[in-house]
Design a protein around this ligand. Structure first.
Ligand code: APR
Length: 246
């Protein structure tokens, strides 16, 4: 593994030669937009809670109004912030390679707002509401502490994937297929602690792809990657796109 704060020339060459690039993003990509990452201590109102204790079906069943307050706060935050240069660079990257698959663990819509298309939302989307009982999509009545499903009268929930829940089948299948098929895999702004998303890089590597991480704090998984670039995605990604465009 090459660890560097610069972009290695071999990675640029691999990207130039690539037929299919697969990118996995995590909360770090939105950090420079002002969205706190998952494993940062929470601030303000939510400082006494850990995200891991709120983002579960058990927490929702115990106190749905509390979980809705947290998600409404996170929705408002995601609405207020803007995509950063890292999001825009990834949207540009799609035009510079023959095929790009973007898999994101983020639920904040910032990739979409930056212009990326056909995104695989591995952990769902915070702006979608679903019936807690059967997962059907509905629009929540925000005047209620706990919005109700118009079909069954049970609670609606945010359309995200919580700890202990299955990844949507289409997201899982299409991201696995992309990891197997790609020639370059980029793992960006993720702690690589949450599976199955963290397993995608291994699948790519086992199938011959060049694998690189972009993260200011290199992760445990980086040792198995070809390159670990220690930098912020909002800085490294625009540089990478510029190098590719030359
Ligand atoms: N650029 C790139 N990476 C960054 C930046 C930055 N500017 N700032 C922080 N990071 C890195 C951190 O070093 C950390 O490794 O982003 C990573 C964020 O890690 P997590 O908070 O664990 O986020 P993520 O990996 O997306 O979490 C995975 O866990 O809680 C669940 O469903 C939730 O999707 C989430 C999943």
């Amino acid at each position: 593994m090459t660890m560097t704060s610069d972009i290695p020339e071999q990675l640029i060459t691999a990207l130039r030669d690539a037929r299919h690039v697969c990118v996995l993003t995590g909360a770090g990509v939105s950090a420079e937009s002002g969205v706190p990452t998952f494993r940062d201590a929470q601030e303000g109102l939510w400082a006494n809670y850990r995200a891991e204790d709120l983002a579960t079906p058990e927490a929702f069943m115990a106190d749905p109004a509390l979980i809705w307050r947290w998600y409404r706060w996170r929705r408002d935050l995601a609405d207020e912030v803007e995509p950063n240069p890292g999001h825009y660079a990834l949207a540009q990257l799609a035009d510079l390679v023959p095929r790009l698959t973007l898999v994101t663990q983020n639920v904040d819509n910032l990739h979409q707002r930056a212009g990326s298309r056909d995104i695989i939302e591995f952990h769902g989307n915070i702006f979608v509401d679903r019936c807690f009982a059967d997962g059907t999509e509905h629009t929540a009545d925000d005047s209620l502490d706990v919005p109700l499903c118009p079909d069954c009268g049970g609670p609606l929930r945010p359309g995200v994937v919580w700890f202990g829940e299955a990844i949507p089948e289409h997201a899982l299948n299409s991201s696995w297929a992309a990891a197997i098929d790609c020639d370059v895999f980029l793992s960006i702004g993720t702690s690589s602690l949450v599976y199955p998303a963290a397993g995608l890089a291994d699948v790519a590597r086992q199938n011959g792809a060049t694998v690189a991480e972009i993260n200011p704090n290199p992760t445990m998984n980086a040792a198995g990657f070809d390159f670990a670039i220690a930098g912020n995605s909002g800085v490294v990604l625009p540089e990478l796109v510029e190098s590719l465009s030359l």
